[in-house]
Design a protein around this ligand. Structure first.
Ligand SMILES: *Cc1c(COP(=O)(O)O)cnc(C)c1O
Length: 428
C-alpha cells in the first residue's frame, strides 16, 4: 500500500485501479496540451468581451417585476454577443432549457408557408415534437411550416447534391446540430459547419442558417457564429453556464433574428426590454467566465474515459486520440451489468447524492429502460459529471461533464473500481 494514496483508499479505490489510471494518463500529454491551449484562448476571449463591455458591480444587481432598464441583463447579452462574434444575443432565465431556446429560434424565424431544412440528418429527439415530425400540439407543422431533411451519406459526410436539390423557394431557415447528442454520427467541427453554411448560401444567398450549439461551446476556439451561422442556440445548464447558472438558455446571432426571438419570448412590441433577472446575473456572468476551464475539465474527462476503456478493449466513440467536437463520450460496455456498474461508480464519486444507487427504469417516452448517474448541484445539469444510456445493445453509456478535471478523473476511477469489484473487467 502506498501511503500517499491514503485518501484514495478511503474512497474505496484500490492500488490496481490507481496505477492503471496513472499509466493511462501518462499517454495523454498531447491531447491534454491541445485542450489546455484551447482553454487558454477561450479564457482570453471571454475576458476580453467582459472588459470591452466594461462589466462592473452594478451589472449584478437584482431586478424584479417587469425588469425594465435592467442594465446588467442587457450588458450580459452584449458580453455573449462580443465573445461569440455576433451582432446581438438574448440570454435569459426565462428560456427554460435547450429545447425551449431552439423552439424559440425556430418559431420566431419561420412563418406559415416557409420551409425548414435539416441538411445533416435528423435533429435532436426533443425537436421532433417542436417541428412536428412527431405530431404534437403547437408544433411548427400545425402553423403551416413544412420540414425537409437530407440525411448524411453512409460515410458520415454531407450529401451536397441532395442538399442542393432540397433547397427551394420556400426554404427559409436551415438548422444544423453541432453535437451528435445521443446519435451515432460524428459531431461536426466548427470548420465543417462553416463549409456547409457557405454551400447552402451559395445555392440560396438569402437563406438563414442556425446552429444547435448544445454541448459545443468552448470545445474549439471558434463558435459557429464566427464562421457564418446567422443564429446559434444553447442551454445555460450545459457548457456556457459554467456549472454556476442554475437555469436558462441563449440565442445569439443576427440582430433581426435575435429581436424576433425576443418578441416571441415575451410579446411583440415588448421584446428584450422586459424580463426580470431574479438575482441570477452573478451566476450567469461568473459561470460564463469559468466556462472555458469547466469545458476544458469536461473534455479532459472525456479523453481520459476513452483512453481507459479503450485500453480495456471496449469500443469508445470518439476514440481517445480524436480531436474533440463536444463534451460527450460514449463507451460501449456490451452488457447491462457493466452499464450498471459504470453508473454506480460515477454516482459514488458525486458531491451530491453519492450514497444512492442508480437503477435502470422505464423512463416515460423511451422504448428501453434507461440508467442514469448524476449527483449535480443543479438538477439535470449535464456540464456536471453524469453518465446515462438506454439498456440495449451495444449497451453504451454516455459520459459527460465534470466541473473539475480531478472530479471527472475520480468518477472514471470509481467506475473502473465498481467494474473490477464485480468481476466485470480485468485490468491490464
Ligand atoms: C441537450 C441538447 C438539446 C436539448 O436541450 P435540453 O436542455 O435538454 O432541452 C438539444 N440539442 C442537443 C444537441 C443537445 O445536446
Amino acid at each position: 500500500m502506498n501511503e500517499s494514496n491514503a485518501i484514495y483508499h478511503e474512497m474505496g479505490l484500490s492500488d490496481a485501479v490507481l496505477s492503471f489510471a496513472d499509466a493511462v494518463e501518462a499517454t495523454l500529454t498531447a491531447p491534454f496540451a491541445r485542450t489546455d491551449a484551447i482553454a487558454a484562448r477561450n479564457q482570453a476571449k471571454v475576458l476580453l468581451a467582459m472588459q470591452r463591455c466594461r462589466v462592473n458591480a452594478t451589472h449584478f444587481n437584482l431586478s424584479t417585476g417587469y425588469g425594465y432598464d435592467d442594465e446588467g441583463r442587457d450588458n450580459l447579452e452584449r458580453v455573449y454577443a462580443a465573445c461569440f462574434g455576433a451582432e446581438a444575443a438574448l440570454v435569459r432565465p426565462q428560456i427554460t432549457c435547450g429545447t425551449h431556446a431552439l423552439a424559440l429560434a425556430l418559431g420566431a424565424n419561420l412563418l406559415p408557408g416557409n420551409e425548414l431544412l435539416s441538411p445533416a440528418g435528423a435533429p435532436y429527439d426533443t425537436l421532433h415534437g417542436v417541428i412536428g415530425i412527431r405530431p404534437t400540439p403547437g408544433s411548427l407543422a400545425e402553423y403551416g411550416v413544412t420540414y425537409r431533411q437530407v440525411d448524411l451519406k453512409s460515410d458520415g459526410s454531407f450529401d451536397y447534391d441532395a442538399i442542393r436539390a432540397a433547397i427551394n423557394d420556400r426554404t427559409k431557415l436551415i438548422t444544423i446540430q453541432r453535437s451528435k447528442g445521443y446519435d451515432t454520427r460524428p459531431s461536426f467541427s466548427v470548420e465543417e459547419i462553416g463549409e456547409l453554411i457557405a454551400f447552402c448560401k451559395s445555392v440560396k444567398p438569402d437563406v438563414r442558417c442556425m446552429v444547435d450549439n448544445c454541448y459545443g461551446e468552448f470545445v474549439e476556439d471558434k463558435e459557429p457564429t464566427e464562421v457564418g451561422a446567422d443564429l446559434m442556440v444553447g442551454s445555460l445548464i450545459k457548457n456556457p453556464g459554467g456549472g454556476l447558472a442554475p437555469t436558462g438558455g441563449y440565442v445569439c446571432g443576427k440582430k433581426d433574428m435575435v429581436d424576433r426571438c425576443a418578441y416571441r419570448l415575451t410579446a411583440p412590441g415588448l421584446g428584450a426590454e422586459v424580463g426580470a433577472n431574479m438575482g441570477l446575473l452573478t451566476s450567469f456572468y461568473q459561470g460564463f467566465f469559468l466556462a472555458p476551464t469547466v469545458v476544458q475539465s469536461a473534455v479532459k474527462g472525456a479523453i481520459f474515459t476513452a483512453a481507459c476503456y479503450e485500453r480495456l478493449g471496449f469500443r469508445v466513440v470518439p476514440e481517445s486520440g480524436a480531436v474533440r467536437r463536444d463534451i460527450i463520450q460514449a463507451v460501449e460496455l456490451g452488457s447491462r451489468e457493466r452499464m450498471c456498474a459504470f453508473c454506480k461508480g460515477i454516482q459514488a464519486a458525486a458531491p451530491v447524492d453519492s450514497y444512492v444507487t442508480p437503477e435502470p427504469w422505464a423512463m416515460p417516452g423511451y422504448e428501453d429502460e434507461v440508467i442514469m448517474a448524476a449527483g449535480a448541484f443543479n438538477q439535470g445539469s449535464s456540464i456536471e459529471l453524469s453518465a446515462d444510456g438506454p439498456i440495449r445493445a451495444p449497451y453504451a453509456v454516455y459520459f459527460q461533464g465534470g466541473l473539475t478535471w480531478y472530479h471527472a478523473r475520480l468518477g472514471v476511477l470509481m467506475s473502473l473500481q465498481k467494474l473490477l469489484d464485480a468481476g466485470l473487467i480485468e485490468l491490464k
